[in-house]
Design a protein around this ligand. Sequence first.
Ligand code: NAP
Length: 300
Amino acid sequence: MEQLIKGPINGETSLVGVLGCPVKHSLSPIIQNAALKELGLNWCYLAIPCKPQNFELVIKALRTINCKGLNITIPHKNIALDVCDELSSIAKQIGAVNTLIPSKRKNWFGTNTDIEGFRSSLLERKINYEGKNAIIIGTGGSAKAVLHGLDTLKFGKITIVSRTKNSLKKFLINNNNLCTEIDGLIQEDLTLEEYIKAANLIVNATPIGMENKANSKSSSEIPLGKSIWENLQPGSTLYDLIYTPKPTKWLQLSRKYSCHQIDGLEMLVQQGASSLRLWSGIEEIPIDIMRKAGQKALLN
Ligand code: NAP
C-alpha cells in the first residue's frame, strides 16, 4: 500500500522523474505533480538533467534508492534499450524506451508509452477512422510511435511524407511489419496535393513550427509550406505533435478549413498518464487535472 499524503514533501517522499539532456523545459514535472497531488501519493516528480555518458551510471544509482519509476527523453530513448534487463514487446518493436519501471531483479523494466499516449489521444475524440486515410509528416522517433499507434486503429492507408529519399527508404524498411497498407512520398512529390485532399488525419511529426528561442522565425513556419493546405477537406483532423506555441501556425491555418485540431499536449499528457498507471498500479489517473496543469503552464 502506497503512503498517502495531503501535505508537502517529507522524509518518506518517493522519487519519480524524467531523465534527459536538456530537460529543464520539460512540462512533465508540472503535469505529473498535479496528478500525484490529486491522487494523494507521497511521491515527487523531478526533471533530472543527465549527460549521455552518465546515463547508465545514473539509472543504476536511482535503482538503488527509493525511485518508483522514470521517464526517458531525448537523447536517451535508444540507449535505454541496452541498459534495461527486461523490455516490453512494444519497446523492442519500436526500438525506443520512454518509461522505466523497477524490475524484480533490482534493475529496470523498459517500455514505451508514446504509442499508447498517441492512440489514447485519438480514441478520446471518438472519431471512427476505420478504413480512412492518414498522412504522417516526418520519419523520426515520434513518427515511428505515431505509425505504430495508427496501425492499431484500422486505418485503410497511412502515407509517410519525408524530406529526403534516404530517410523515407530507411523508415519504410524499418517499419514493414504492420497490418495497415503503408506508402511513402518525398515532400516535393506533385501528387502530394491529392493525398492531402483524401486525408482524414494528418500528423505533423517534425519540429517545423516549434518555438525556438534561438530562431524567432521558426514558430511562424508551416510544414510543407502554406499553399498545399488549400487542399484540406473540412472535417479532417490535423494533429500537431508540437505544443509550443499553442496553437501552432499550422493548426491556426487549418481553422479556416473547418478541420478538427489536436495539439501535442494531448500526447504528452496521455503518455504521462500511461507511465503513472504503470508505476503506481492505479487505473484511474486524473487526466483532466494533468491536461489543465499543462495548459495553464503553457499560457504563462
Ligand atoms: P526526430 O527524431 O529528430 O525527427 C524529426 C523528423 O522531422 C525527421 O524525420 C526530420 O527529417 C524531420 N525534419 C526536421 N526538420 C525538418 C524540416 N525543416 N523540414 C522537413 N522535415 C524536417 O524528432 P522527434 O522525436 O520525432 O520529434 C519531432 C517533433 O515531435 C518535435 O517537435 C518534438 O518536440 C515533438 N514530439 C512531441 C511529443 C509529444 O508528446 N507531444 C513526443 C515526441 C516528440 P530527416 O529525417 O530528414 O532529418
